[in-house]
Ligand binder design. Structure first.
Ligand code: IMP
Length: 191
C-alpha cells in the first residue's frame, strides 16, 4: 500500500521506514512534489496530527498519514508537550529546546518524562488515530550524537542509554513512534 507521510522531518521518515519498509510504501512530501511547511497551531497532539494529515489529503486526495509528538515531563505538568518543537523559541532549535528544558527542570528532583506520538491516518476521507507512549527520564547532561530533538537527554525505561546513543533499530525497540507505527501497520493489515 502507498501512503504519503505528511512530514518534512527526515529523521521521522527514516525511523518509520526502518519499521515498515516491507509492509508499506511510504512517500515523503518531497517525493510527492509537495513543498510546504504545514502549520501545527493547535493545543493537542491529536488536533495537530489531524490538521497535518488533512492538509495533505485535501491537496492530493491520496491516502496519507502524519504524526505529532511531544515530550511530556511530569514535574513540568506535561510541558513542553505539544509545544516541544518551539519550546526554546520560534526557530525550533533542538539545542535551545534542550537548554530551556534543563533549566526548568534543574530544581526538580523528579525527572520522569514520556514521549507521546499520535499518528493520524486518512483513507478515503476517514480518519483513524494511533497512539504510542515511551516512558523514561530526563538526564542533566547530553549524551550521544544520534537521532534528533530531545534524544540526547532522554533515557527510556529498560535502558541505560539515551536515545541519542542508540542507532535507529535500537531506538525502535523502545520508541513511542515505533509503538504508534506498529498499531498503524496492524490496522492496515486488517483492511
Ligand atoms: P513534531 O511532532 O514535529 O511537532 O515534533 C515536536 C518536537 O518534539 C520535535 O521538534 C523534536 O524536538 C521533538 N521530538 C519528536 N519526536 C522526537 C523523538 O523521537 N526524539 C526526540 N525528540 C523528538
Amino acid at each position: 500500500m502507498k501512503l504519503i507521510f505528511a512530514t518534512n522531518n527526515q529523521h521521522k521518515v527514516a525511523e518509520l521506514r526502518s519499521v515498515v519498509d516491507r509492509q508499506l510504501h511510504i512517500i515523503t512530501l518531497k517525493e510527492a512534489g509537495i513543498d510546504i511547511d504545514i502549520p501545527e497551531p493547535f493545543e493537542t497532539l491529536e488536533e495537530n496530527a489531524f490538521a497535518k494529515a488533512n492538509t495533505i489529503f485535501e491537496m492530493t486526495s491520496t491516502s496519507c498519514f502524519s504524526e505529532d509528538t511531544g515530550l511530556e515531563v511530569l514535574a513540568l505538568n506535561g510541558e513542553p508537550g505539544v509545544k516541544s518543537a518551539r519550546y526554546g523559541g520560534d526557530n525550533r532549535s533542538f539545542d535551545a529546546n534542550i537548554e530551556k528544558l534543563l533549566i526548568n527542570l534543574a530544581d526538580k528532583p523528579d525527572k520522569t518524562a514520556q514521549f507521546r506520538t499520535v499518528i493520524s491516518l486518512i483513507i478515503e476521507g476517514e480518519e483513524t488515530q494511533f497512539e504510542g507512549i515511551c516512558k523514561g527520564k530526563i538526564i542533566e547532561t547530553r549524551k550521544g550524537n544520534n537521532g534528533f530533538g530531545y534524544d540526547p537527554i532522554f533515557i527510556p525505561d529498560g535502558s541505560i542509554k539515551t536515545f541519542a546513543e542508540m542507532d535507529t533499530n535500537e531506538k525502535g525497540q523502545f520508541s513511542h513512534r515505533r509503538k504508534a507505527t506498529d498499531k498503524l501497520v496492524a490496522y492496515l493489515n486488517k483492511l
